[in-house]
Design a protein around this ligand. Structure first.
Ligand code: 2HG
Ligand code: ZN
Length: 475
């Protein structure tokens, strides 16, 4: 494709504004910003702007408006759905928020932290810990994903069951609007009913309505008692049954409750160094139970032993290991966290980030697994994830020996197959990874009518020229 013409003077003006650290134009320097880690998309761009603060972001946005330049916003570039890569036109300016990486304030009395968009999630977690508190959002990419990205996608992760999604962890936002105005909504109030809850509009909008530059985040008391168990369970119903037992005993203590299939655990054992079989016998179904309480005397280990003992007597739990130390707990968590990497090493796979009401998870896993194997004989379903909140990654691994490209050519059939069942069970085709580029063509079918119409009108009102992350979210 020939190079797209650069609007006259744009790069010179950006260079004058941002300096050499703030503007990347060398093809080698911009290459990492043009594709996603899954290599689903390979885009092109005029340059990568790296503003250092909110005022610079606003000036870049104004310049883009003036010259009609589309902007692709980027945080840690860990999207699963191509949400942060520019298209192939070469007309986009990538706007990276990596240099907005200050924690402006961390207050253990208000239990809030004000963090800029480019702060890495892990850094925010550590800052909360240093203040004697907890910032609970936790996900596999937390060492790279940024606050701006997790809010813009309303990320969920492992602790949604206890603390909610990113949206529930946010009290206020600072946003650069598409016309370059800065909206300072960094209020750290628990009660603030003053008209439309504008801040919620930008959470999950994936940068299509404006650019989140900073946020007030909620912190929580840090855990002082924890317990972690990895259990082999009889089947999907047993996994859900065990969740209910723990939830009924002490809902506030269930920090995460994750499901893994035997196939996924096998892949981890085969491909990931340092991971061995977690229990003496292989099982078809596992769960990871993570308990935490701010009360030092919560007795979570005893509670876990009690619940697991009863569940074993009833045949729900077949075997279990309770972590003896923090190091062992982390080792057991690794089996869950390495699922995406292990799947990647096993071959080509198609991800289905879906959710259903918690009560329907077992049926969803069973029906999808059967339908997928019928669709592609020899393929291997690898359902895993956040059973406690109803979000399962209903992924499919290619049949051994099949040409990966031939398998991936069936991606849409695979997604359609899962989505039809998920729809029948009142679920969603996109639980926590967002729409990005991958799922825009599903929006009409799933959200068409009044809902999508309202979304389009909001988009047109805030971004009439359509320059903010075009090609994402809306069809
Ligand atoms: C996780 O839960 C992530 O580990 C990734 O959401 C899921 O790889 C996936 O499908
Ligand atoms: Zn997940």
């Amino acid at each position: 494709m020939p190079d797209a013409p650069t609007p006259a003077g744009l790069l010179d003006r950006l260079h004058a504004l941002l300096g050499p650290r703030g503007l990347l134009t060398d093809p080698g320097d911009i290459a990492p910003h043009l594709s996603d880690w899954r290599a689903l998309y390979q885009g092109r761009a005029l340059a990568v702007a790296r503003p250092a603060d909110t005022a610079e972001v606003a000036t870049v946005v104004k310049l883009a408006q003036e010259t009609g330049t589309p902007i692709t916003v980027q945080g840690g570039n860990t999207s699963m759905v191509g949400g942060a890569v520019p298209d192939e036109s070469g007309r986009h300016l990538v706007l990276s928020l990596a240099r907005l990486n200050r924690i402006r304030d961390c207050d253990p009395v208000d239990m809030t932290m004000t963090a800029e968009a480019g702060v890495v999630l892990k850094t925010a977690q550590n800052a909360a810990q240093d203040a004697g508190c907890l910032f609970p959002l936790s996900l596999g990419a937390e060492g790279t994903a940024t606050i701006g990205g997790v809010l813009s996608t309303n990320a969920g992760g492992n602790t949604t069951v206890r603390y909610g999604n990113a949206r529930e962890l946010m009290l206020g936002l600072e946003v650069v609007l598409p016309d370059g105005q800065v909206w300072n909504g960094l209020r750290r109030l628990r009660k603030d009913n003053t008209g439309y809850a504008l801040r919620h509009l930008f959470v999950g909008a994936e940068g299509t309505l404006g650019i989140v530059t900073a946020a007030v985040l909620r912190m929580f008391p840090r855990p002082r008692d924890t317990a972690l168990a990895l259990c082999a369970v009889a089947d999907e119903d047993a996994a859900l049954g065990l969740f209910r037992r723990f939830r009924d005993r002490d809902e506030s203590a269930v920090r995460a409750f994750e499901y893994m299939s035997g196939t996924g655990v096998d892949f981890c054992v085969q491909h990931i160094e340092g991971i061995g079989p977690p229990l003496s016998d292989r099982a078809d179904h596992y769960v990871l139970v993570d308990l935490a309480s701010p009360r030092p005397d919560a007795g979570l280990r005893d509670m876990a032993e009690g619940v697991l003992g009863e569940a074993m007597e009833e045949g729900i739990v077949l075997d279990a290991v309770l972590a003896e130390s923090e190091a062992q707990a982390q080792k057991l968590w690794r089996i869950r966290e390495e699922h995406p990497e292990a799947q990647k090493r096993e071959g080509a796979s198609v991800k289905n980030d879906v959710s259903v009401p918690v009560s329907k998870v077992p049926e969803m896993i069973r029906r999808c697994s059967a339908a997928l194997v019928e669709l592609i004989p020899g393929s291997r379903p690898v359902p895993f994830g956040h059973i406690g909140d109803g979000n399962i990654h209903m992924n499919l691994e290619q049949p051994p020996g099949m040409d990966p490209a031939a398998f991936l050519a069936r991606s849409h059939d695979i997604m359609d197959c899962v989505n039809a069942i998920v729809r029948d069970l009142d679920g969603s085709f996109s639980a926590e990874h967002g729409i990005g580029r991958l799922k825009t063509d599903m929006m009409e079918e799933w959200r068409g009518g009044a809902e999508l119409d309202a979304m389009k009108r909001i988009k047109a009102a805030l971004d009439p020229a359509g320059l903010m992350n075009p090609g994402k979210v809306l069809p």
